[in-house]
Design a protein around this ligand. Sequence first.
Ligand code: ZN
Length: 192
Amino acid sequence: MHKAALSDNIAQMIEAGRRLWQRGLVAANDGNLSCRRDTGFLITRSGVSKGFLLPEDILELDAEWQKVAGEGLISSEYRLHQALYAADPQIRAIVHAHPPYATAYALSEADLNDCPLEEIRIQLGRIARLPFAPAGSREVAELAAAGMAGARAGLMLRHGTLTVGEDMEQAYFRMEALEQAAQIAWLAHGLR
Ligand SMILES: [Zn+2]
């Protein structure tokens, strides 16, 4: 398919996926991306590298999360996306990834909010810490939706990270900023 023929949402998801993989914010088939549209949702299908998404790797869902177009299985973590969109109508795009430094904070007791870096507060606000539940479960979705409650970024304990935005580019940039902040906080901690 020619790029000009793609909807803006699909083109933005392909681009965000490429950057996520290129910057090492996801490995192998990790992570998932979704967008809200007027008629429903778009989400990456299961089992594909986000670095090389093709238009057919992005499934179209109706407002009830039933697949209306595309081949393959919907992302195993779709409930997480579904619950976040249901909880906050302002959210129009979601990125879930496993970036190494931010995920290290998600694995530890250290709170990234303790980092005095001004940029974190300006770009991300307060970073939510979302309680652990098994990946893909209904429980993880409910805990994430309740825990985000207006936050732009969250650390899913013992799992990975989550960012939301008004569009895919904003959600992606927040993921990039979250990982950058975690990396700087980590390096600064080593100098103490
Ligand atoms: Zn995950």
